[in-house]
Design a binder for this molecule. Sequence first.
Ligand code: AMP
Ligand code: ZN
Length: 103
Amino acid sequence: MDNCIFCKIVNKEIPADFVLESEELVAFDDIHPKTPIHILVVTKAHVASIKELENPELAGEMVMAAKGIAHEKNLDGYKLLFNVGREGGQEIDHLHLHLMGGK
Ligand code: AMP
Ligand code: ZN
């Protein structure tokens, strides 16, 4: 989708620090980390938010990808967060899961 910053990151038109790339997903460091480890797991497909998501497998893959990254980073505990819609704190209308943790 034009003018979507996460589509541009997925397409490598804008740089990001990737920690994972799979067929369906990428993951990269949040540019303004709110915790010592703050990674975004992002769908390659442009889906605006959880509200527009129709494929439950994709949500499952996102959670499992975040869990794998947390394991690689030796995080014992962490938060997984979907902001949904403006009232839910979502600023970028391209589906992403926040993985937040670390001391
Ligand atoms: P949300 O409020 O759930 O839409 O979260 C969007 C997140 O994207 C915020 O935590 C931002 O810091 C992060 N963000 C915005 N632009 C970039 C970027 N170019 N690279 C990495 N993270 C970004
Ligand atoms: Zn997009």
